[in-house]
Design a protein around this ligand. Structure first.
Ligand SMILES: [Zn+2]
Length: 286
């Protein structure tokens, strides 16, 4: 079952799409094919992938909010978040297959309630309807540029609401700090100083509390390593947010490519029994 708010948003989006027929639809299809072909050139996909994907008949576009995961991706613990080991090789065995060893909380990933609580919900127990939600993107790039330890606060959300609308029910609130553009530079992304303290923006604990009390929000997302800002030692935002049965997303990519108030977020979360989170493929439907 889709959560309150999500169904309405999806329905509105789908209804809007159904108006696009004839020339407009053909133009969308053509755009989708051009985009798919551009991707094909870089990703060496088979020729069949150049056809417009089915989803793009219903939505204007699909934005990938996921960073590519690799052993080089900066992690909170400073160790590679993934190891790939070739188990079978096409030339030798007739097929390719790797083993993965990965940290649950590395790369673009989800924090489940159990991550910061004794008996919270595990990632596999989060129902699918709570993983398809309206997305509100709060742009704090200017503030973060001046202060790398910036904490997104209640005022930032109120400013967004004044400009757009009240936060939709059961949405995900995402912080766009601009840090997503720094993942290729671990020193800049972590902001680690000589004493080992991180410096990157995060979500103020006061905002997490306020969202729980005053709004209906299912998820918090950040384009940095952690929901809490870099210098945090007590992870207060994690401690407030996750035990309340909410989820978090960290290291989110491409938020700047979205309309701040119109995207639907689809969280592709692996269903691993007992997991405290895990890598996700985040897709925004726009
Ligand atoms: Zn995490």
């Amino acid at each position: 079952m889709c959560v309150p708010g999500c169904q309405e948003a999806l329905h509105a989006n789908l209804s809007r799409r159904r108006f696009f027929t004839g020339a407009a639809a053909a133009s969308f299809a053509a755009t989708a094919i051009v985009e798919a072909e551009a991707q094909t050139k870089t990703a060496k996909k088979p020729a069949a992938a150049t056809k417009a994907p089915v989803g793009q008949s219903y939505f204007k576009g699909v934005v990938d909010l996921t960073h590519t995961m690799s052993p080089e991706f900066p992690t909170f613990f400073g160790v590679p978040g993934i190891e790939l080991q070739k188990q079978y090789d096409f030339k030798k065995d007739g097929f390719n297959l790797n083993w993965w060893k990965l940290l649950e909380h590395a790369g673009t990933h989800l924090d489940a309630p159990i991550h910061f609580s004794e008996a919270g919900v595990t990632a596999d127990a989060i129902v699918a309807g709570e993983l398809v939600v309206p997305l509100a993107v709060i742009d704090v790039r200017k503030q973060a540029e001046k202060n790398p330890d910036y904490l997104m606060g209640i005022e930032d959300v109120l400013t967004w609401e004044k400009r757009f609308k009240k936060l939709p029910a059961s949405c995900c609130v995402a912080m766009l700090s601009g840090w997503g553009g720094h993942v290729g530079d671990a020193a800049k992304f972590t902001g680690k100083d000589a004493s080992g303290t991180f410096h990157f923006p995060g979500v103020a604990p006061e905002l997490a509390e306020w969202l729980l009390k005053e709004r209906s929000v299912l998820g918090l997302a950040v384009d940095t390593l952690s929901l809490d800002h870099g210098p945090s030692k007590d992870f207060k935002t994690h401690h407030i947010w996750l035990p309340a049965g909410r989820w978090g997303l960290e290291n989110v990519a491409n938020l700047e490519k979205l309309s701040p108030s119109e995207a639907i977020l689809v969280v592709g979360l692996p269903k691993i029994k007992g997991s405290t989170g895990g890598p996700v493929r985040l897709i925004a439907l726009v």
